[in-house]
Design a protein around this ligand. Structure first.
Ligand SMILES: [Zn+2]
Length: 291
């Protein structure tokens, strides 16, 4: 009874917010900022080979935990998990698809790029990916909904927003006129703590996901290729178009020569039975403007 009352109260306040504020979803907005910008007054470097003053370590770990890297413990130890989380954070902010490359060194230098990103109001947040599945969502994340067991359910807030917004665009721009078409069918973002996965060459940083190939019967069961006679090219075109409308989408890999020619995607070996959509990082936002 009490639980039901609380639930109702939550729904009422949600309804009240909407008329005076922003629409709940807007496919055209950039990813929402999820945290206020904050000052992280580091005295020295933190992480791999850093000075690691206890107060500095505490500040960095507390901030990472608040951003969803919640497997870290709020203490002053610099262990492998801490360094891996810093490296993951660095790879995300540079738009990398793997936790490696220039600047991915596990070290937060005072005043450096990683430090500034930790302070940014749009600092990347790590989270469970949206499940979708309702008709109004326009997408189904089968990785989350069906509990496939390999647990590629996680990624960045930026990717979550991209998927949700693309779903809305696809629903309003295509599904509404073609209600029997398949929803966007998302599979595999990243592992719960990011990093390498045996299932993909990339998918390490929560900055990409795969899309299953839709069939003309409105399903996308995962074993369909673009060579299948039931492949629904029109739906796939609309899905890729919806993703490409999102500001962070950098490229989509898929081998349909027609859609490649039309500019929706790029061909790459291994992408006959799914499309791979990846995003880049937005410009960093700090209090008082872009930096
Ligand atoms: Zn992929």
């Amino acid at each position: 009874m009490r639980h039901g009352t609380r639930h109702l109260a939550g729904r009422v306040s949600e309804k009240r917010r909407r008329p005076s504020g922003q629409p709940r979803r807007n496919a055209l907005t950039a990813p929402t900022t999820t945290s206020p910008a904050l000052s992280l007054p580091l005295q020295g470097s933190v992480g791999s080979g850093g000075g690691n003053a206890l107060d500095d370590v505490r500040l960095v770990k507390r901030r990472l935990i608040a951003l969803g890297f919640s497997w870290l413990s709020e203490d002053t130890s610099i262990n492998q998990a801490t360094i891996r989380a810093i490296r993951l954070f660095q790879a995300i902010t540079q738009g990398f698809q793997r936790v490696e490359g220039a600047g991915v060194d596990g070290l937060v230098e005072a005043g450096g790029n990683t430090h500034r990103w930790l302070e940014a109001s749009n600092a990347p947040r790590w989270r469970l990916m949206p499940a979708g599945g309702a008709p109004e969502d326009g997408f189904r994340n089968i990785e989350v909904l069906d509990q496939t067991g390999d647990d590629h359910d996680w990624g960045t807030e930026w990717l979550a927003h991209t998927i949700t917004a693309a779903g809305t665009t696809y629903r309003t721009g295509y599904l509404s006129a073609h209600p029997s078409a398949a929803p966007i069918t998302v599979n595999d973002a990243s592992k719960p703590r990011g990093g390498p996965t045996p299932d993909h060459q990339t998918h390490q940083t929560g900055m990409c996901c795969d899309l299953r190939v839709p069939r003309t019967d409105g399903t996308a069961p995962g074993n369909t290729t673009l060579h299948d006679p039931t492949y629904d090219r029109d739906a796939m075109r609309a899905m890729l178009s919806a993703f490409r409308a999102e500001p962070l989408v950098r490229r989509i890999l898929f081998n349909d020569p027609v859609l490649v020619r039309e500019g929706f995607c790029t061909a790459l070996a291994g992408h006959d039975d799914h499309a791979h959509a990846e995003i880049t990082a937005p410009a960093r936002v700090v209090a008082g403007g872009d930096s």
